[in-house]
Design a protein around this ligand. Structure first.
Ligand code: SAH
Ligand code: SF4
Length: 339
């Protein structure tokens, strides 16, 4: 059985050729899959019943299942999706009241090898990479279930996207071409895999690169992100500057605020110094509790003070809105498990 979701137009044309149908049929099927997100071949109503019956003999819309769906009081939806091999992954749909955007937060791997101390995903270790089709299925699952069209995609679910770069790039190409989501509405977040940042720079990636920095200096970063021992902040800075130079794009620096660890006024000043010659905006993420550790979220007062100090250095600073914390769908809370 062929699975239609995740196929390019050319691949769908191979199927219509096999059924001796015209290439126009392939275009119709393609639109039903990516733009109208049907669940069944029988919903493709501009195809004849006879042709649909033939298609059903050799193909199906999808082979993934929604295992659990949770809806937050703020409207965020979290899906636990099961692939045919039994592995599961979480995908989150976020709506922001004041905007028409619908943002999907997708996973790129099952588990994660990077093992940051604050993140629930790393706890499981690395299980396997997702294929580009499995990445795409997450967005299609959301669209099929809600009947809505996703407008923005962030690679901020489970996994380190730059350690699965080929599949991530292929998925982004399909989001761009087949889903008609502009490159600038796609964001890849990384813990800082330096050689892969150079690769993205060479690719002249027009999507947004978000870098999980989370610390103002090497000593603090080492404590919470083991990747700092492999690619340190000095190397990272050179790579980020190269990226900006090559692509012309502004980077988003993500900075997790953990009480008494990296949230002091001195930390804000040191961070500002590190960032002063990097073209970037800063997104502050107040820590979301996970079962993994006993870190705490700073008080609103110290979050605002940190923001003020950074802004004073000339950076544009935003505080990430917490979404779906009541259903463990907020940043860092995804584990890919039911219990
Ligand atoms: N592996 C990539 C992308 C997935 S994580 C990365 O690390 O960038 C998406 C974001 O959530 C990252 O910035 C990550 O550091 C952050 N995050 C992880 N655990 C968190 C927690 N407990 N609270 C808030 N944000 C967290
Ligand atoms: Fe992996 Fe990102 Fe979690 Fe770190 S924060 S363990 S890189 S998913």
């Amino acid at each position: 059985m062929k699975v239609l979701s995740g196929l390019t137009l050319e691949e769908i044309e191979n199927i219509t050729d096999e059924l001796h149908a015209s290439k126009f049929r392939a275009r119709q099927i393609h639109n039903w899959i990516y733009l109208k997100s049907v669940k069944e071949i029988d919903e493709m109503t501009d195809l004849s019943v006879k042709f649909r019956d033939e298609l059903k003999k050799i193909a199906t819309v999808t082979d993934v299942k929604i295992k659990v769906k949770q809806v937050s009081t703020d409207g965020t939806i979290k899906y636990l999706i099961e692939y045919p091999d039994g592995e599961c992954v979480e995908t989150v749909l976020m709506r922001f009241d004041n905007r028409a955007n619908l943002t999907a937060c997708v996973s790129s791997q099952i588990g994660c090898a990077v093992n940051c101390s604050f993140c629930a995903t790393g706890k499981r270790g690395f299980i396997r990479n997702l294929t580009y089709k499995e990445i795409i299925e997450q967005v299609l699952t959301i669209q099929r279930d809600t009947g809505l069209k996703v407008t923005n995609i962030v690679f901020m679910g489970q996994g380190e996207p730059l350690l699965n770069l080929d599949n991530v790039l292929k998925a982004m190409e399909i989001f761009n071409e087949n889903f008609q989501i502009g490159a600038r509405r796609l964001t890849v977040s990384t813990s800082g895999i330096v050689p892969q940042i150079y690769k993205l720079a060479e690719n002249d990636m027009q999507s947004t690169l978000a870098l999980s920095l989370h610390a103002p200096n090497h000593e603090i970063r080492r404590q919470i992100m083991p990747i700092e021992n492999k690619y340190d902040m000095k190397e990272l800075k050179i790579a980020l500057k190269k990226y900006v130079e090559k692509t012309g794009r502004r980077i988003t620096i993500e900075y997790l605020l953990i009480k008494d660890l990296n949230d002091s006024p001195d930390a804000a000043k040191e961070l500002a110094e590190y960032l002063f010659d990097i073209k970037c905006n800063v997104n502050l993420i107040p820590y979301n509790p996970t079962a993994k550790n006993d870190y705490q979220r700073p008080s609103n007062n110290s979050i605002q003070k940190f923001k003020y100090l950074l802004e004073h250095s000339g950076k544009k600073v935003t505080i990430r809105l917490e979404r779906g914390a009541d259903i463990d769908a907020a940043c860092g809370q995804l584990r890919g498990k039911v219990d």
